[in-house]
Design a binder for this molecule. Structure first.
Ligand code: FES
Length: 89
């Protein structure tokens, strides 16, 4: 099925790119931009992005590697009070 009519990208092209990227780098964060780049193309109108991302999500190799999950720190009460100003203000 054609996903991106501007560049003629099919769903199987997307899956092949994801599988190739995951095989070459198991810790890679795979984005639509990286898939376009891997296919040697660039998005034009952007109208396909919703379908493009939905097609990406169908691939089991898309998920974020386990070692990269949970890297975002949660805000503690002390961090939320800090406004970035020095004490003299
Ligand atoms: S349909 Fe994909 S960039 Fe236009």
């Amino acid at each position: 099925m054609i996903i991106c009519s501007c560049e003629g990208i099919r769903d199987r092209d997307i899956h092949a790119a994801i599988d190739w990227m995951r095989a070459s780098d198991p810790t890679a964060i795979i984005t639509p931009g990286k898939i376009y780049h891997a296919l040697g193309k660039s998005p034009d109108c952007g109208g396909c992005m919703k379908l493009f991302v939905a097609s990406m999500r169908e691939n089991p190799n898309l998920e974020v590697p386990a070692e990269l999950r949970g890297l975002r720190k949660t805000n503690t009460a002390r961090e939320t009070r800090y406004e970035g100003r020095t004490e003299s203000y």
